[in-house]
Design a protein around this ligand. Structure first.
Ligand code: 0RA
Length: 684
C-alpha cells in the first residue's frame, strides 16, 4: 500500500463542505450543481433585501441568511451555535464542562454545567424565559451577562435559529433543584415549560434533530466537529469539552475525544507547529489586558519559510485579519528592528530589512476579546475596531522587548533568521525578474504549454491544471474552448512547504501557474509575498489528476502551493478539484460511470449480480484511460461533473495538517495516513 493513500481524505478535511456532493448517480451530480447555485444565490441575499418577517418563519424562509448555507457548513453551524451559548456561560465564569454527543439517529446533544437558562416568567412575553430564548429571534442577547459574547460573522444568531431549523428539539434545564423541559417541532413549542424531575445539578441540555426538508446534507462529520471543539478548548483554557460520536463505525466502535487545555494558546501554537522544526523550544507568550481588551498571544519560530498568523476575536477565527493583526505586526517589526539596531546586528546583513522578513518562519496565535466587535470584509471575518490596533501593539511591544532583552541567545537566532529571510527575498525578486526578462512570456505573453480559452471574462473562465502531458492532450481535445483553458503540469510540482520563496520562483511549473493565472506578487502591498488577484484570468482553477495515490499527492502539492502562496484564491472559493470517475460499468447497452464503490455495487445489484456483475466494470486509474469525449462527459462538462471546492473552514487546522503532511516529521504523517487511507481497497 503506497504511502500517499490518505490524500483524498485530506482534501475532504480541508474541503469538507463538498464531501456531501458524493451523491448517488451521475444525474444527481448535475442536480447538485444546480442545488449549489441555489444555495449560493440565497447566501448572497443581503439584509436589505429581506423584509423583516415575524419570528422564526423568517429563519425557515431564508435559512442561508442566518447560517450561511443549507448544506454541510450550515448543518455544522447548528452545533457551533448551541455550543457557543455554553461557551458564553463559561466565559461568564459559571461553567467549565461541555458535553457534545452526536447521537445514533444523527441528532446532537449539547450539555453544560452552567447555571441553566432561567425558566421563570418573562414579564412582557408572559412566557417562561426558556421559551423566549428558544422561540424568539436574537432573544439570547437580552440577558447581558457582562461578558464578551461570542457574536459576529455568522455566529451569534441565537439558539432559536437552531430550533427553527430542527424538526424536533428538546431543551432541559437543571436549576433550583429541579429539571424543567420543553419540546419543539420546527421551532414551535409543543407544551409549556414543565417540571419533569428533581436534581441537585445545574446546567442546560439541548438536543436537536436538523430538519431534513431544509438541509441538503444531514449527516454530521465527526472530524469537522472535533476540529472546532479542539480549537475552542485551546482558546478557552480550563474548559473541558467532551465529544462523543454514538454512530458506530464498521468495527462497531464509537469515537470519543476530550479536549482540555491548561495553558491555552501556548499549547495551541505548539499543536499547530508540532511538525515543524523550531529555532528554539520556547513559546513567547503574552496574556494580558490593555485598555480593557483581554489579549492573549503565543509565538513560535521555526525553520520554515511561511508566515502563519492565526487570529481570533471572541473565539471567531478572523481569517481576513484586521486591526488586531495590524497591531501585532507593527509591534513585532518595531521591537525586533530596534533590538537588532541597538545591538548592531544588522550591519553585516548588507540588505534592507522589510517588515515581512521579521515574520518568516513565524507561527503565532492571537486571541482577543472585544465587547462590541465590528466585523467587516467579504466573509465578515475582518476586525474593524480602530481602538484595538494600539492596544495590541502596546501589549505585544512591551512583552516582546522584555523577552528579547532577557533571552539574548534566542534573540540572536531570531535576528539571524530575519537577515536570511531578507537575503532570500532579494534573491526571489531577482529570480522573478530574470524569469520575466528571459522568457517569451514577458509583455503579457502566456506560458507555451497553456491552451487558453477564447473568453476573456474571468467570471466564466476556467483553468484546468492537469497531471501529465498526455492527459493534458486529451483535456485540450475534450474541453469547451470558449471558457476552458488547459495547463498541463509535468509530474510533481515543487513541495513549497520545504522550499524558500526564491526556489519556488525558479521552478517552471510554479511560474507557469502564476503567469497563466495573471497573479502578481507584491503589487499594492508592502509585502512581496502577498498575491494580488486584481488581474486574475480565471475564477475557477480546477486541479485534475488521476484517481490514484500519485494523483492525490499532486492535488496536495498544488493545494499546498495555493495555500501558502495565494491563500486568497482559496478564501474566495476559486480552487476546485475535479473528480474523474473510478469505474465505467456496462451491461449490454447500459453504461454508467461510478465514483464510489457503493455506486458500482448498486449497478451490479441492479444489472446482474454476484461475481459476474463485477466482470462488467472497468476501473479507471488514470485520466489517460479515457478518451477526450469521455473526459469531457464525466469530468469537465459543467452539466455532469462534480467539483470539490477547496475551502478554508478551519485555517488553523489546515496549517497544522499542511505542515504535518508536507514537512519533515514522519511519525505524525504515518499516523494520519493510517487513519485516513482511502485508496487502500481500490489500489491493492
Ligand atoms: C442567562 C442567564 C442565566 C443563564 C444563562 C443565560 C444561560 C444560557 C445558556 C445557554 C446554554 N447554556 C446556558 N447556561 C446559562 C442565569 C442567570 C442567573 O442564574 O442569575
Amino acid at each position: 500500500m503506497a504511502i500517499c493513500a490518505f490524500f483524498s481524505n485530506f482534501v475532504a478535511i480541508n474541503a469538507e463542505s463538498i464531501k456531501q456532493t458524493f451523491s448517488n448517480t451521475q444525474k444527481e451530480f448535475g442536480k447538485f450543481m444546480t442545488e449549489e447555485e441555489k444555495i449560493l444565490g440565497e447566501a448572497e441575499y443581503s439584509a436589505q433585501n429581506i423584509q423583516v418577517l415575524e419570528g422564526l418563519e423568517a429563519v425557515r424562509k431564508r435559512p442561508a441568511m442566518y447560517i450561511g448555507d443549507i448544506s454541510f457548513n450550515g448543518l455544522h453551524h447548528l452545533i457551533n451555535e448551541v455550543v457557543d451559548n455554553s461557551i458564553d456561560e463559561a466565559l461568564a465564569g459559571f461553567c467549565d464542562k461541555i458535553e457534545v454527543i452526536i447521537n445514533e439517529d444523527n441528532s446532537v446533544t449539547v450539555q453544560d454545567n452552567g447555571r441553566g437558562i432561567p425558566v421563570d416568567m418573562h414579564e412582557k412575553e408572559h412566557k417562561s424565559a426558556l421559551e423566549v430564548v428558544m422561540t424568539v429571534l436574537h432573544a439570547g442577547g437580552k440577558f447581558d451577562k457582562g461578558s464578551y459574547k461570542v457574536s459576529g460573522g455568522l455566529h451569534g444568531v441565537g439558539v432559536s435559529c437552531v430550533n427553527a431549523l430542527s424538526k424536533k428539539m428538546i431543551s432541559q434545564v437543571y436549576r433550583n433543584g429541579k429539571v424543567y423541559q420543553q419540546e419543539y417541532a420546527y421551532g414551535k413549542p409543543l407544551y409549556d415549560v414543565k417540571e419533569i424531575g428533581v436534581s441537585d445539578k445545574t446546567g442546560t441540555r439541548q438536543q436537536f434533530w436538523p430538519d431534513d426538508s431544509i438541509f441538503t446534507e444531514t449527516v454530521f462529520n465527526y472530524d469537522r466537529v472535533a476540529n472546532r471543539m479542539r480549537e475552542l478548548a485551546f482558546l478557552n483554557a480550563g474548559i473541558t469539552i467532551e465529544l462523543t460520536d454514538m454512530r458506530k463505525d464498521e468495527e462497531g466502535n464509537i469515537r470519543h475525544d476530550v479536549f482540555h487545555s491548561v495553558e491555552g494558546l501556548k499549547e495551541f501554537v505548539r499543536y499547530i507547529d508540532s511538525s515543524r522544526v523550531h529555532l528554539f523550544n520556547d513559546v513567547i507568550y503574552i496574556n494580558t489586558e490593555k485598555q480593557g481588551i483581554p489579549i492573549e498571544v503565543a509565538v513560535m519560530y521555526n525553520t520554515g519559510f511561511s508566515e502563519n498568523l492565526h487570529s481570533y476575536v471572541n473565539n471567531i477565527n478572523t481569517i481576513e485579519g484586521g486591526t488586531h493583526l495590524t497591531g501585532f505586526r507593527r509591534a513585532l517589526t518595531r521591537t525586533l528592528k530596534k533590538y537588532a539596531e541597538d545591538n548592531k546586528m544588522l550591519e553585516k546583513a548588507k540588505v534592507e530589512i522589510d517588515g515581512e522578513d521579521f515574520r518568516e518562519g513565524l507561527t503565532a496565535v492571537i486571541s482577543i476579546k472585544v465587547a462590541e466587535p465590528q466585523f467587516e470584509g467579504q466573509t465578515k471575518t475582518k476586525l474593524g475596531n480602530s481602538e484595538v490596533s494600539g492596544a495590541v501593539e502596546q501589549a505585544v511591544g512591551e512583552a516582546f522587548s522584555i523577552y528579547l532583552e532577557e533571552h539574548p541567545k534566542e534573540s540572536k537566532v531570531i535576528v539571524d533568521k530575519v537577515i536570511l529571510a531578507a537575503q532570500a527575498r532579494v534573491a526571489a525578486r531577482k529570480a522573478r525578474e530574470t524569469v520575466q526578462r528571459k522568457s517569451p512570456m514577458s509583455g503579457g505573453g502566456m506560458p507555451g504549454k497553456l491552451a487558453d480559452c477564447s473568453s476573456k471574462d474571468p467570471d466564466e473562465s476556467e483553468l484546468f491544471l492537469v497531471e501529465g502531458d498526455s492527459a493534458g492532450g486529451s483535456a485540450k481535445q475534450g474541453r469547451n474552448r470558449t471558457f476552458q483553458a488547459i495547463l498541463p503540469l509535468r509530474g510533481k510540482i515543487l513541495n513549497v512547504e520545504k522550499a524558500q520563496w526564491h526556489k519556488a520562483f525558479e521552478s517552471d511549473e510554479v511560474n507557469n501557474i502564476i503567469q497563466a493565472l495573471g497573479i502578481r506578487f507584491g503589487v499594492d502591498s508592502e509585502d512581496s509575498k502577498v498575491a494580488n488577484l486584481d488581474k486574475i484570468r480565471y475564477k475557477k482553477v480546477i486541479i485534475m489528476t488521476d484517481a490514484d495515490v500519485d494523483g492525490s499527492h499532486i492535488d496536495t502539492l498544488v493545494m499546498t502551493f495555493f495555500y501558502r502562496y495565494m491563500p486568497e484564491v482559496i478564501e474566495r472559493g476559486y480552487l476546485y478539484i475535479a473528480t474523474p470517475p473510478l469505474y465505467l460499468c456496462t451491461k449490454g447497452k447500459v453504461k454508467e460511470y461510478c465514483w464510489t464503490d457503493q455506486q458500482r455495487q448498486r449497478f451490479i445489484d441492479t444489472y446482474g449480480g454476484g461475481q459476474e456483475g463485477a466482470i462488467h466494470t472497468q476501473r479507471y486509474k488514470g485520466l489517460g484511460e479515457m478518451n477526450p469525449e469521455q473526459l469531457w462527459e464525466t469530468t469537465m462538462n459543467p452539466e455532469n461533473r462534480m467539483l470539490k471546492q477547496v475551502d478554508l473552514t478551519n485555517a488553523t487546522e489546515a496549517d497544522y495538517i499542511f505542515s504535518m503532511l508536507m514537512g519533515e516529521d514522519v511519525g505524525p504523517r504515518r499516523e494520519f495516513i493510517e487513519k485516513n487511507a482511502t485508496y487502500a481497497n481500490i489500489d491493492a
